[in-house]
Design a protein around this ligand. Sequence first.
Ligand SMILES: Nc1ncnc2c1ncn2[C@@H]1O[C@H](COP(=O)(O)OP(=O)(O)OP(=O)(O)O)[C@@H](O)[C@H]1O
Length: 267
Amino acid sequence: MTDRTNDTNAKTRSIDPERRDQLAVATDGLTKQYGATTAVDDLTLEIEPGTVYGFLGPNGAGKTTTIRMLTSLLPPTTGTGHVAGAPITDREAVVDHIGYLPESPPIHEEFTAREQLEYHGGLRDMSPDELDVRIETLLDRFELTDDADDRIVTYSKGMRKKTGLIQAILHEPDVVFLDEPTGGLDPHARRTVREVLSELAANGTTVFLSTHILPVVERIATEVGILYEGRLVEEGAPGVLVDRMESGDESTLEAVFLDVTTDPESE
Ligand SMILES: Nc1ncnc2c1ncn2[C@@H]1O[C@H](COP(=O)(O)OP(=O)(O)OP(=O)(O)O)[C@@H](O)[C@H]1O
């Protein structure tokens, strides 16, 4: 069984600034308190560029709070964080390097998907030709081309999710943060998401993926971090974590997840 006292939070302290700036995500003692609740507790991460990082944890573990701090939407209570070398306290600098798909995509209901993507891409440093090609390619891959000139207000949940996802990756950011990117998607779309994210990572984008859908993580994540009650209780390559379980037939990422995120006193 996994030794829960072997707390991966304690693995690093005070990352060397030169190394920190080369990492896609670097946090040191990152902590967020809401009143008496410690939502994220002393989180230390070092994620290399090009990683697909599966960020897992039970409901309320602190995943969204972590992502909101890393995307500069929420100030930490204590600790530091850098994304592609930009301090998370500098929103403008962080925004230049990231894409973000929150659980509810930030899209304008009255726009069409094409208008939404053109508007969003226009805020980024992309030439009109480059933007056009990227939009058409991604609409096609996500089978949205035929609906791209309909207003988003008429879209299904899955179509909105696809539009939000395309928006997050349109400009091929250094780091993309995705909160449940495959939630509500059919198996075809889910496969497309897996393929597109793996391709992005192969081209150097770091994918920070928060999800409860473990088979997606099992298939594309190169590293996994498991958060429990705000603390990082497990981290490593999925295969390594599963092998470490040594529980025969039960050796899956789900078994690892359940092992490290179950309160021993409730068993
Ligand atoms: N604005 C807030 N004010 C007070 N407490 C909050 C706030 N946002 C989150 N919390 C608390 O912080 C903790 C972590 O919440 P968070 O949303 O980060 O979890 P999560 O891992 O994303 O959960 P889920 O998988 O259910 O989306 C929870 O205890 C939650 O109640």
